[in-house]
Design a protein around this ligand. Structure first.
Ligand SMILES: Cc1cc2nc3c(=O)[nH]c(=O)nc-3n(C[C@H](O)[C@H](O)[C@H](O)COP(=O)(O)OP(=O)(O)OC[C@H]3O[C@@H](n4cnc5c(N)ncnc54)[C@H](O)[C@@H]3O)c2cc1C
Length: 535
């Protein structure tokens, strides 16, 4: 370890995972018990936040992608508290939502657990299923299922629910909800990653509906979650979390480079103290190699003792490929879905249908406006977040696109707005044109967690850990939600801090070097490879 300067940690990717990783590295800068570090965060875009983004629209600040974080998981709210944002947290302002089913918008019944009904009567009364389809679901309550407590295989969410409750529940409830969260299809999505409680319940005997009626465990994994709002945002927008985080990081000495893309990460044998390091080749996103972050004298490369890759899987594959080829193959095999968001300001008086709850979901291929629906859902933004309410309009946020449906990519912004608004007009009986509209495209934005994704992630993490001084983080691994990404970033940072602490104890001097895991990693082994020590 260089005696005179603290170790350098480079974080590639300034989305919420990368920002959270940086926070974990420096949050205790004023008196923590870990080795002080110098942190560089490198972001290809011209701003940090990645998929957290907002804009001024119709006189208000609106989120263009994530607009809420789940309260049940503690990571996002805990981070807000740490950043002093407690007073800025705003709870979701409406409850409930609807689904387009059997020719009309129908309220989702009480007692759903991620779309799976846990009470039969509200399901029956909702009208989302025909009486015969409801009776099919009721078999789960009266015909005991034997379960398979020894099975440890992952399965798709759609397969489990379809087998136990029937396909109509999959198509009209679970796919719109779980598929909607992940921009995927529940027939392909891993239950282990997207709905572990369902997988666990499916292995036990008895009714799936009754098992899922038990609330998921709280933060400690045991106790029920605390009562309170289901979702939070921040008064300045959900995206403002990234801005607040960036400010706090700068105050703690983190160097944030925007407009800088990392092109490669190569082992460098000769650090200033003779310790091996990684060399990151940087490129300004204007194509220059010299002018990074708009600062002409920034070096075209950066040396670091540790590297955290908080980028989408395809980018991570490129960066680790030369050193961990098996990880790169697995990373490359993670598919991504593209979506777009159309934000509309619509005169309130023109909307004839009642706007109940936070919005509605549209099941796959529902026939609307003369064809299979393009839209997958609509959020009544100012109902969900009352601070966004305007005097005369409603802000409607329409989502399009999912795995296997990228029709929106063939449409211009004007065509997409017209198509989405045409469908909305039919569903909400709108009698006027929008006052304003904004299309935001999120290409290749949602990682698809295929069945056995968790096994692949285990292999990726072991192969990367074998490099000794690299970690991966972000939505590609254990969940798309903001809390999961924060958790992933912070965990990666802690792994790097732990490895530096071990180094400083000189447990194994000179035993490893960046990149030495390239040939030695056994990503297919069952045991995690020990971190390489000795810098
Ligand atoms: C439309 C939409 C709606 C969503 N709604 C919600 C919601 O309501 N609630 C919720 O919890 N979640 C929501 N999500 C999901 C959530 O926003 C994302 O999963 C999360 O923000 C991803 O964070 P990340 O840091 O892993 O990745 P990203 O945000 O993708 O960040 C990765 C960053 O790495 C940068 N990068 C890539 N390659 C390089 C390179 N070579 N060098 C330097 N930088 C690089 C990119 O520019 C990017 O900024 C939504 C997502 C979308 C798209």
């Amino acid at each position: 370890m260089r005696p005179s300067s603290p170790p350098t940690i480079a974080i590639v990717g300034g989305g919420i995972a990368g920002l959270a990783a940086a926070w974990e590295l420096v949050k205790d800068a004023d008196g923590g018990d870990h080795t002080p570090v110098e942190v560089h965060l490198l972001e290809a875009g011209d701003r940090v936040g990645g998929k957290l983004r907002s804009a001024d629209f119709a006189g208000r600040r609106v989120d263009l992608a994530a607009d809420a974080f789940l309260a049940r998981r503690p990571e996002a709210t805990a981070l807000c508290h740490e950043l002093g944002l407690t007073e800025d947290l705003v709870p979701v302002g409406a409850s409930g939502a609807s689904v387009w089913a059997r020719g009309q918008l129908r309220r989702l019944p009480a007692g759903l657990n991620l779309g799976v009904p846990t009470r039969w009567l509200p399901l029956f009364r909702s009208g989302i299923l025909s009486p015969g389809e409801s009776l099919r679901a009721a078999r789960d309550l009266v015909a005991p299922h034997r379960g398979d407590q020894t099975a440890d295989d992952d399965r798709s969410v759609g397969a489990i629910v379809g087998e136990r409750l029937g396909r109509p529940i999959v198509e009209r409830l679970v796919d719109p909800l779980v598929g909607g969260i992940n921009a995927g299809r529940v027939d392909d999505l891993s239950a282990a990653v997207t709905f572990p409680q369902l997988l666990a319940a499916s292995r036990q005997s008895g009714s799936l509906m009754r098992r899922l009626a038990q609330p998921p465990a709280g933060a400690d994994g045991l106790s029920p979650p605390e009562p309170g709002p289901l979702f939070w945002s921040l008064s300045g927008s959900t995206a403002s979390l990234a801005d607040s985080l960036a400010e706090a990081l700068s105050r703690r000495g983190v160097t944030i480079h925007t407009g800088v893309s990392v092109r490669s990460v190569e082992p460098h044998p000769d650090g200033p103290s003779g310790a091996p390091q990684w060399e990151l080749a940087l490129q300004g996103t204007d194509g220059s190699e010299q002018e990074t972050a708009g600062r002409p004298h920034d070096p075209p490369s950066l040396r670091a003792d540790r590297v955290i890759l908080a980028v989408p899987a395809g980018e991570a594959a490129v960066l680790v490929g030369p050193h961990a080829p098996e990880a790169a193959v697995l990373l490359d095999s993670i598919a991504y879905a593209s979506v777009a968001v159309v934000t509309l300001s619509v005169p309130r008086r023109a909307i004839r249908a009642p706007l109940r709850g936070t919005g509605f979901l549209v099941p796959l291929a529902s026939p609307i406006a003369g064809g299979p629906a393009l839209i997958t859902g609509c959020t009544y933004l100012a109902r969900k977040w009352p601070h966004l309410a305007g005097a005369d309009d409603e802000l409607l946020r329409v989502s399009v696109g999912r795995s296997g449906d990228s029709r929106h990519r063939d449409l211009s912004d004007d065509e997409l707005t017209a198509s989405a608004f045409g469908e909305l007009t039919e569903l909400l009986d709108i009698r006027d044109v929008p006052l304003d509209s904004l299309v935001t495209r999120w290409d290749e934005a949602f990682p698809q967690y295929a069945v056995d994704h968790a096994t692949s992630v285990g292999r990726i993490e072991r192969a990367v850990a074998a490099l000794g001084s690299v970690a991966v983080a972000g939505a590609a691994y254990g969940g798309v939600g903001i809390p999961a990404c924060i958790g992933s970033g912070r965990a990666a940072a802690r792994r790097m801090l732990d490895s530096l602490s071990l180094d400083s104890l000189s447990l194994s001097p000179g035993s490893g070097s960046p990149g030495s895991g390239a040939s030695g990693s056994d990503a297919s082994g069952d045991e995690p490879a020990p971190p390489e020590l000795g810098k």
